[in-house]
Design a binder for this molecule. Structure first.
Ligand SMILES: N[C@@H](CCC(=O)N[C@@H](CS)C(=O)NCC(=O)O)C(=O)O
Length: 225
């Protein structure tokens, strides 16, 4: 079945990265349609595919799915062999809860530390503006690792539940933000950031991001630090 993922710039589109990682994990071949953000024709191009005017959007045969987490859920349904969620109901419920928490929350962290995979900006560290979000994100990571990951609830590995799952896809863009802005965290969180950075699909996405010609400056960086 023809599969297409419509995404934004790889450097900046954190929501696009999430389902892209999940789709990669299925092993299903797919076409990528990349619509550069913040261009005069961005909206008209996205709206050729998406009713919301936002990316990502998945086209799978006749089916269209938008919203990053809904796309990940659809992929988990259609490609069960990929084991995108942990099999154990308790671990799966926890993975869904932390994924939903990411999808609906952490607005201050997302606003103050936007994803930028092509630069290193320690001088733009605005982590002081989003400490409650950072505390909660790192608490989630440590807790998942301690309760599920280290015990191999979802197979052996360095990810939140052991092996790679949708929960890791949802938090992957967050891990990069701490690297981009040079924020130091507790050792367990730093180990998790390294594990995500070493994931082959993540490396592929970042390598492609660094080839992109577009430069965006987020509004938040025009404000005083
Ligand atoms: N809740 C949506 C958020 C999608 C979103 O905000 N996408 C941004 C890019 S990361 C977008 O399409 N913006 C449209 C634009 O900038 O014109 C999801 O989870 O997919």
């Amino acid at each position: 079945m023809a599969t297409t993922l419509v995404i934004g710039n790889k450097t900046y589109s954190s929501w696009s990265l999430r389902p892209w990682l999940a789709l990669k994990a299925t092993g299903e071949p797919f076409e990528e349609v990349l619509v550069p953000l913040d261009q005069p024709d961005t909206q008209s191009r996205i709206r050729e595919y998406s009713p919301t005017g936002k990316v990502p959007l998945l086209v799978h045969g006749e089916v269209r799915v938008w919203e990053s987490l809904a796309i990940c859920e659809y992929l988990a349904d259609r490609f069960p062999a990929a084991k995108l969620w942990p099999a154990d109901p308790a671990a799966r419920a926890h993975a869904r809860a932390v994924s939903t928490e990411m999808h609906g929350g952490f607005a201050e962290l997302r606003r103050n530390m936007p994803m930028d995979l092509s630069h290193s900006w320690p001088q733009r560290d605005r982590s002081a503006h989003c400490q409650p979000d950072i505390r909660r994100v790192t608490e989630i990571w440590r807790d998942c690792r301690e309760r599920f990951g280290k015990a191999g609830a979802h197979g052996k590995g360095e990810f939140l539940f052991g092996g790679f799952s949708i929960a890791d896809a949802m938090y992957a863009p967050v891990t990069t933000r701490f690297t981009t802005y040079g924020v130091k965290l507790d050792p367990e969180s730093m180990r998790y950031i390294e594990a995500v950075a070493a994931h082959p699909a993540m490396r592929e996405w970042i390598a492609a991001a660094r080839q992109e010609p577009w430069e965006l400056t987020y509004e938040v960086f025009r404000q005083p630090a």
